[in-house]
Write a protein that binds this ligand. Structure first.
Ligand SMILES: Nc1ncnc2c1ncn2[C@@H]1O[C@H](COP(=O)(O)OP(=O)(O)OP(=O)(O)O)[C@@H](O)[C@H]1O
Ligand SMILES: [Mg+2]
Length: 250
């Protein structure tokens, strides 16, 4: 079982769009996929038409009084299942703080699912918190969407430095440019230069495309409702890179 997390301290950069589309593509490839919508806003749950509700809330999951298994819902797609968001997830930090070994808690909660899923996607809310720390400890590969600006690269360096302080498990990082606007010269320049210079950058970038915004109208991944679009093609390339980087074979 490989655990992928879409993560950035910044909001609105394409984390959920990435988790939803790569999750769909992984399932299409034949993997058994679980996507955990960790954001109390519940955007991923919404996109899969699933009520953002977990009985007993985040507390029951973190404490282990409710099994993760019993909270999982099926989606409209084969092999793709969702652990929904819940509004109580806004308190996940406090709940984790009260738990034993909070930074390892998510990894411990996911460990029993090893036989049931091949791939897990964690869709994180934008923050740097105890929850994100727990996600970073659980993940094999971190997918970091970045809007191409000079500051975004600093964000990535700060994240890498933060993780360098971890003892034990550290996820591999695959950063990629997201919402690249071809009309902005700085965007195209940065998106063209950096991937060639840094091994932590994917060769694939996701352009800013209105069909991706359409996901919230269609309530489905763009890779599902418009599989031949440029957007779907780029997500396909990104999934190939992520999959290879994580060492997923077969
Ligand atoms: N490449 C893209 N082109 C155009 N629109 C996009 C693209 N990626 C995402 N969007 C849109 O931008 C908005 C934010 O994207 P998304 O929800 O994926 O970001 P996020 O990083 O998960 O945000 P948050 O931090 O709030 O969780 C959404 O409305 C989404 O449809
Ligand atoms: Mg999101």
């Amino acid at each position: 079982m490989k655990i992928f997390a879409t993560y950035n301290i910044k909001g609105g950069v394409g984390k959920t769009a990435t988790a939803v589309n790569l999750g769909y593509l992984a399932a299409k490839d034949g993997y058994r996929v679980l996507l955990w919508d960790l954001d109390p806003q519940g955007a991923a749950s919404y996109l899969f038409r699933i009520k953002p509700r977990v009985k007993g809330g985040g507390k029951a999951l973190i404490k282990g009084t409710k099994s993760i298994d019993s909270a999982i819902k099926g989606t409209d797609f084969d092999r793709l299942e969702l652990l929904p968001a819940d509004f109580t997830y806004r308190n996940l930090d406090l709940l984790l703080d009260a738990a034993k070994r909070p930074a390892r808690r998510l990894a411990a909660l996911l460990a029993p699912l090893k036989g049931e899923y091949d791939v897990v996607f964690l869709d994180c809310p934008p923050s740097i918190s105890l929850l994100s720390e727990s996600v970073l400890h659980a993940a094999d590969l971190l997918l970091v969407p970045l809007i191409p600006t000079t500051l975004s690269v600093r964000t990535l360096d700060q994240l890498t430095e933060f993780m360098a302080g971890f003892n034990g498990h550290r996820p591999d990082v695959l950063a990629f440019f997201s919402m690249v606007d071809r009309r902005k010269r700085l965007h195209t320049q940065i998106a063209a230069d950096l991937p060639a210079q840094r091994p932590d950058f994917a060769a694939t970038a996701i352009p800013a495309l209105s069909v991706i915004e359409q996901m919230s109208v269609q309530r489905a991944p763009v890779t599902a409702f418009s599989p031949r679009s440029q957007a779907a093609r780029q997500y396909g390339h990104l999934w190939q890179e992520a999959r290879e980087r994580a060492g997923l074979t077969g």
